[in-house]
Write a protein that binds this ligand. Structure first.
Ligand SMILES: Nc1nc2c(ncn2[C@@H]2O[C@H](COP(=O)(O)OP(=O)(O)OP(=O)(O)O)[C@@H](O)[C@H]2O)c(=O)[nH]1
Ligand SMILES: [Mg+2]
Length: 403
């Protein structure tokens, strides 16, 4: 069991995710912007990324199809998977997109393991920018990534070059939140040392990670001074706990006092997911889905998307100023990269072919109708001509009789 924090567990009333408790003015901004949030999970293979998503889903997300993900054991994630869910608390609804990514580290050459991840983030910025450039600027599809959880292997030693490289690239594009995976495999002491080492490397490598703002950015008329102080204290505690140590599990066990809790079971006892004395899961959930949800959305729009947009618009004119890790030109469209898109592409192709076929059929029918009409008119004409002929003959006969 690991002890990563001295913070006492929150009272039951705080067990809510808490989005409905956002101050009014924030609530309005979130709902006016469509109330949606996109979270991406990445890191080395087998670190519990998919398990973590299911853990979050079980505890906070209402699933549209609860049978789908829990009926079978988790398989290795092999392609970028987009899960959509709706987070409901009181009357507040938030659409959450979770992007599960395949873990890297299995290949002989992992030097570009970050490529699909940064491509995905860039593609979303690009797609948003294209939609904004349309005459009506009616953005219909926004999958810009608001936060990336980067899973670090609990080795106890430090960060691997691939972790540093990947985190650097992500941090220039999105809000990066590093987390220590499978925290139950380290002792409390080991974990603390590991956390310090990671913090040092992040600082030395100048990797920009998302940190809760320590000053209050909420309108003071909306909040009392005490709440302000509490918010700053909460932010300070979160910063001190970073990188968050997490445990994932979708299984529930009796915690000894008759309560069923999400946990991992060991011969010596339980490691509870939602216990602040065992791991930082609740802190991470609070940061991502509650307290700093709006900061994550706003910084994505104002910092990351704006940087991408500026660099793209400047293009090659001012290359010295540009961060080389952000593409200056539009990324290539890779519709068939992800089987999900491939499926959509195939459906569109089929729709198009069906439409062409139907039009062809209609045209043929129309052509046939014209031919039929012409045949009918010709027959009518022939009949009329015959009648005229007959009448002429009768006329001739009458004329001759008259003489
Ligand atoms: N000890 C421990 N094991 C975990 C934890 N979370 C997940 N696991 C186990 O780790 C294994 C891999 O979990 P996944 O969730 O499939 O890992 P992943 O990161 O999605 O793996 P890829 O899809 O291959 O990248 C499973 O056997 C999980 O039960 C954890 O917090 N602690
Ligand atoms: Mg997975």
């Amino acid at each position: 069991m690991t002890t990563s924090s001295t913070v006492a567990p929150a009272p039951a009333s705080q067990q809510f995710v808490g989005i409905s408790n956002l101050p009014n003015q924030r609530y309005k901004i979130v709902s006016e912007n469509g109330g949606h949030f996109t979270l991406m999970i990445c890191g080395e293979s087998g670190l519990g990324k998919t398990t973590f998503i299911n853990t979050l889903f079980q505890t906070t997300l209402k699933q549209s199809d609860p049978q789908r993900r829990h009926s079978q054991p988790i398989q290795k994630t092999v392609e970028i998977d987009i899960l959509r869910a709706e987070l409901v608390e009181k009357k507040f609804k938030l659409k959450v997109n979770v992007i599960d990514t395949p873990g890297f580290g299995d290949n002989v050459n992992n030097s570009k393991a970050w490529q699909p991840i940064v491509d995905f983030i860039d593609d979303q910025h690009d797609s948003f920018m294209r939609q904004e450039q349309q005459p009506f600027r009616d953005v219909k599809f926004d999958l810009r990534v608001h936060a990336v959880l980067y899973f670090i292997k609990p080795t106890g030693h430090g960060l691997k070059p691939i972790d540093i490289e990947t985190m650097k690239r992500i941090s220039t594009r999105a809000n990066l939140i590093p987390v220590i995976a499978k925290a139950d495999t380290l002792t409390s002491n080991e974990l603390q040392i590991f956390k310090n080492r990671i913090r040092q490397v992040i600082e030395a490598q100048e990797i920009r990670i998302f940190t809760p703002p320590l000053e209050s950015n909420v309108d003071s008329s909306d909040i009392t001074n005490n709440q302000d102080v509490a918010a700053i204290e909460h932010a300070r505690q979160l910063i001190e706990s970073m990188p968050f140590a997490i445990i994932g599990s979708t299984q529930k066990f009796d915690n000894g006092s008759g309560q069923l809790v999400l946990a991992r079971k060991y011969p010596w006892g339980l490691v509870e997911v939602e216990n602040d004395l065992h791991c930082d899961f609740r802190k991470l959930r609070s940061l991502v889905l509650r307290t700093y949800l709006l900061d994550l959305i706003l910084t994505t729009n104002e910092l990351h998307y704006e940087t991408y947009r500026r660099l793209r618009l400047e293009g090659n004119e001012n290359p010295n100023d540009a961060d080389p890790s952000i593409p200056l030109r539009a990324p290539l469209r890779k519709l068939s990269h992800n089987p999900k898109f491939k499926e959509e592409e195939n459906m569109l192709k089929k729709y198009f072919t069906d439409q062409v076929k139907a039009e062809e059929q209609r045209f043929r029918q129309w052509e046939q109708n014209i031919v039929n009409e012409r045949v009918k008119l010709n027959t009518d004409l022939e009949e009329l001509q015959n009648k005229i002929k007959k009448l002429e003959e009768q006329n001739k006969l009458l004329q001759s009789r008259k003489r």
